[in-house]
Design a protein around this ligand. Structure first.
Ligand code: KIV
Length: 273
């Protein structure tokens, strides 16, 4: 098994992701919503940066991903794409921008690509959105699918628990994944489903399958950056591994600053003109 060579600064393309799957090199993907974070994540060598509509929760403090607008996603997408040199940049199409009509879906997709300069778009859903997927693909825009727990449908599910545990839902997920691959999607994200089901999908498809809470037998992993850095408090699903405790680091730094200002320790003689 080969691993990522950090000296490899060639731009990641959809084609290269396919090559990674063929040689069993796992794909790393993280979210980013702004220039500074995207720049750090890209330089650290992540393969795919997702400008997720989780920006609605993480950046704007909404309870769900539903309120974020097309213009807000374009703003985040543009900020990220401006920072990134190597990673493939994928932007989420927000809720309501691709479900109403195929024409509207393709118009919104083109607008997102034109303004953000991203490399691809991600849409949630299978058979229900397949006509929109085909139209957007026909316009030359690469699409990442998203199945399993689909946060834009949270009001239909009523819960964020593991999806596709029952056989009929698992079967639909497999047929949706095949449909998305046949339509021409370049990858599929599987969110919060049993690891054995995700393994089955990854083995069936030739395109890479990237999991979040979908176990270790898929072709790559994605996490929300602010969660894995330990910036967000109170969100601890089983699948989340925290690689840092930035919440504590940042809180301590801010407390230190406040104290320095109050005690007239900051600024000192060398920190003034
Ligand atoms: O919006 C998002 O961050 C996502 C990931 C959870 C895959 O869709």
């Amino acid at each position: 098994m080969s691993v990522h060579n950090s000296k490899d600064i060639r731009k990641v393309t959809t084609h290269r992701l396919n090559e990674m799957k063929s040689r069993n090199e796992k794909i790393s993907m993280l979210t980013a919503y702004d220039y500074t974070m995207a720049s750090i994540v890209d330089k650290a060598g992540v393969d795919v940066i997702l400008v997720g509509d989780s920006a609605s929760n993480v950046m704007a403090g909404n309870v769900t991903t539903l309120p974020i607008t097309l213009d807000q996603m374009i703003y985040h997408g543009k900020s990220v794409a401006r920072a990134v040199k190597r990673a493939l940049v994928v932007v989420d199409m927000p809720f309501g921008t691709y479900q109403t009509s195929d024409v509207e879906a393709v118009q919104n997709a083109i607008k997102m690509m034109k303004i953000t300069h991203a490399d691809a778009l991600k849409l949630e859903g299978g058979v229900e959105i397949i006509d929109a997927v085909k139209k957007i693909l026909a316009a030359g825009i690469p699409i990442m699918g998203h199945l399993g727990l689909m946060p834009q449908s949270i009001n239909k599910y009523g819960t964020y628990t593991v999806r596709a545990k029952e056989e009929d839902e698992a079967e639909k997920l497999i047929s949706d994944a095949i449909l998305l691959e046949e339509a021409g999607c370049f990858t599929i994200v599987l969110e919060k489903i049993p690891a054995v089901l995700a393994k089955k999908v990854a083995e069936k498809l030739t395109i890479p399958v990237i999991g979040i809470g979908a176990g270790r037998y898929v072709d790559g992993q994605v996490l929300v950056l602010h969660d894995m850095l330990g910036m967000s408090n109170g969100f601890s699903p089983r699948f989340l591994r925290r690689y840092a405790d930035l919440n504590s680091v940042m809180t301590e730094a801010v407390k230190h600053y406040v104290s320095d200002v109050k005690h007239q320790d900051f600024p000192n003689e060398t920190e003034q003109y």
